[in-house]
Structures are given as structure tokens and as C-alpha cells.
Design a protein around this ligand. Structure first.
Ligand SMILES: N[C@@H](CCC(=O)N[C@@H](CS)C(=O)NCC(=O)O)C(=O)O
Length: 211
């Protein structure tokens, strides 16, 4: 049985959770208490050596890294969400990498400094917020254009790249990131948030924490 170790406020964690739902896998979820540093406990470090969520176990098999977990689960279930054709996989990999490196990390900078730092009593790093917003200003137009031409990032069907994008954009409202310049992307996101892979998990990001 698959077991996903995650935290509902960790948006990298949500890629694997959305994937498990989208492929109809049978799985359990275990919340790792990040606020109490459970991710650094010896028990958890035995699963994820660098102490971050998400992680996955499948029987005795253990692994970390959200994108790798998403691919593992899709291959395990032989899901069309990550087809076996290597060129189709390469295109999905390209967009997953793009989303994770150019969108998710930038959203993370803004979310950490605007939302998490105040919760932790840590001073927000305004320079980091500016860098994150600049990255988004440079890269969100790419997605706006891409989704104006096709229903999904890799054509006419939902793939892992789309699930990575939904996860990456989870905190935009909470982090007060202005999405008005990107109406196509915003409508696309609203549509994805109406699908069962999303509604089976939550109504919106942060709902589990009363946000
Ligand atoms: N590259 C990793 C990033 C994972 C990550 O940064 N997880 C954060 C939560 S969003 C974490 O576990 N932080 C706890 C810590 O560093 O102690 C992935 O995609 O899985």
C-alpha cells in the first residue's frame, strides 16, 4: 500500500496527493508535524534522509522528492497521466521541471515571507519577495500563452505537468500574488480545482488549518 507523508500547508506535498487521487491509487496519507519538527525525527529521517515532505513508502520501498514520487506512482499504476512513450514523458518532464524551478520556487519565496515567516515570528525578507515576484512576472506569461493554445500544458489531456502546476499555484491567494494579468491561467486553475483529484482533498489551500 502506498503511504504519502505530507503536510497540508506544504504545496510541494500536494503534487503527489493530487496524483494519487487523479490515478485512482489506493493510498494512505500521514501528516508530518512540521511545526514540531517531526520531519527531523529519526523515524522520519529513515524515510526521507534530508527531512522534508513529501515522502512516499510502498511496502519496504521509500523515497522523497515530489516530482519523482508523482512519476513513480503514475508508472506503478500505468496511468495515461504519464504515458509510456518516451517523447510524451520528456514533454511532461520539461513542463514539470519548468513549473517546479520557475514557478513553484518563486511562489514559495513569496508565501514563506508573507505567510509562514509571520506565523513563525521570523522577519520577512522583502528582497526575497521581490525576487519571487519578478520571477513570476517573467514566467507566468509563458503559462498564460501556453494555456491559451491548448487545454492542458501538454495538449488535450491532463498530465503530471498540470498537477504540478495546480500544486505550485496553491498559495497564490494566501500569498496575495496578483493573478489578474493572467485570466486564462486563472480560469484554467479554477476549472482544475473543480475536479475530483482536488475536491477529494480540500475546498482550497489552507482549509485544513482553518485558513
Ligand atoms: N524539492 C522538494 C521540496 C520539499 C520541501 O521543500 N518541503 C518543505 C515543505 S514545503 C519541508 O519539508 N520543509 C521542512 C524543513 O525543511 O525542515 C520536493 O519537491 O519534494
Amino acid at each position: 500500500m502506498l503511504n504519502i507523508y505530507y503536510h497540508p500547508m506544504s504545496f510541494p506535498s500536494l503534487g503527489p496527493v493530487f496524483t494519487a487521487e487523479a490515478i485512482g491509487a489506493s493510498y494512505n496519507k500521514t501528516v508530518v508535524d512540521l511545526l514540531n519538527q517531526e520531519q527531523k525525527s529519526p523515524e522520519y529521517l529513515a524515510i526521507s534522509p534530508y527531512g522534508k515532505v513529501p515522502a512516499l513508502t510502498d511496502g519496504d520501498f521509500k523515497m522523497a522528492e515530489s516530482a519523482a514520487i508523482m512519476r513513480y506512482m503514475a508508472r506503478r499504476e500505468k496511468s495515461d497521466i504519464y504515458p509510456s512513450d518516451i517523447k510524451a514523458q520528456a514533454e511532461i518532464d520539461q513542463w514539470m521541471d519548468y513549473v517546479n524551478h520557475h514557478i513553484r520556487s518563486a511562489v514559495g519565496r513569496v508565501q514563506f515571507n508573507r505567510v509562514v515567516a509571520p506565523m513563525m515570528g521570523v522577519r520577512a525578507d522583502e528582497t526575497s519577495i521581490k525576487v519571487g515576484l519578478k520571477f513570476l512576472e517573467n514566467n507566468l506569461p509563458v503559462l498564460e500563452a501556453r494555456l491559451s493554445d491548448a487545454a492542458f500544458l501538454c495538449g488535450d489531456a491532463l498530465t503530471l505537468a498540470d498537477l504540478a502546476l495546480v500544486a505550485a499555484l496553491e498559495p497564490v491567494k494566501m500569498a496575495k500574488i496578483d493573478m489578474t494579468p493572467y485570466p486564462t491561467l486563472t480560469a484554467w486553475l479554477t476549472a482544475r480545482r473543480g475536479e475530483t483529484f482536488y475536491t477529494n482533498i480540500h475546498t482550497h489551500f489552507g482549509a485544513e488549518m482553518g485558513q
